[in-house]
Design a protein around this ligand. Sequence first.
Ligand SMILES: [Zn+2]
Ligand SMILES: [Zn+2]
Length: 257
Amino acid sequence: MRLGVLGSGTAIPHAARGAAGYLVEHAGALLLLDSGPGSTRRWPAMGVDFERVELVVHTHHHVDHCSDLAAILFGRNVARPRVAERLTLVGPVGHAALVAGLDGLFGRGVHAREGDRIVRELGDGDVFEHGPFRIEAVEQAHPRRNPGEGGALGYRVRAGGRTMCFSGDAGPSEALGRLCAGVELALLECSYPAGRETRHHLTTRTAAEAALEGGVGHLVLTHFYPECDAVDVRAEVRAAGWRGPLTLAEDLRWIEV
Ligand SMILES: [Zn+2]
Ligand SMILES: [Zn+2]
């Protein structure tokens, strides 16, 4: 299994970091995790053909993680020859309403042909299997888009005997520890430097602590707000006690799980 980084940043424009988007590939099967603004544009640079993406999994419904979903739906409708595979969309409770909202907003251009699309909503502890991937949802501490929606999800993804997790956006919590427990690779958001504590995101310190608590094999940090450019992220993570393998995600890079 390998992880591809489409965007290691946020919605704040940054010269080197695009908004959230990740690919997970195993044995020729592909899973897209989140679709932040501009992330689809980077598929070709990662060697990903449009028609290969048939499974899209969203962590939550903040714009920096899902606004390119409309572009994906539109692209499938205008692509010639037509994309043959059915599209499976997975996300937290409220995902079907989000997709229906895009239909209402953009009209026919994003409507699915009959049988072309299925939407699955997951809650804490739910498991979804598709191709070689086993995807387990773990609800995280992060504000939801609307009060009626399910909470933001992190995912444990297992394929080929290896497991990685992705925090999505998450604050420090017991649920983050459950998400990380024993994984070979933990892809954790690292929004801010250590001094900028918040309940809704991770910092260099709290991300390092989660990796330590979870006993993860390889810590990969991502979702850097521009504030992180002003500090030595690697040094802050080491100062917080993480001694294991550490990678700071960079756009357009593949990482073995
Ligand atoms: Zn968010
Ligand atoms: Zn975010």
